[in-house]
Design a protein around this ligand. Sequence first.
Ligand SMILES: [Zn+2]
Length: 102
Amino acid sequence: MSGGIVRIGPDNIIAEMRNWHLEANSDYNDGYIKQHFQDHLETVYKAIDDMRKTKEEKELEAEKAQWVCEECGKSTFETDIEYLVSPTMHLGCQLEIMNELK
Ligand SMILES: [Zn+2]
């Protein structure tokens, strides 16, 4: 066999995913089993999404991860600069902290 480390082909992967899909949607399975197989599918979908991301998309994601409010834990990335004390603090959150200290 050429290709060395390749153990299974796309047909095998697709066949297995079709089985998971059937199990996830079968009325013969209870909710726990359905969820179990749905989780398998979501894990693969997530990995595929990640592999398909461009270098630029990954860089933007890394940048966005830096823009998180220390107080509320929400993203500050889309917040208008006038409503930020810093990239890691909403103005509203800072004001709440100051009110609590009074
Ligand atoms: Zn905040």
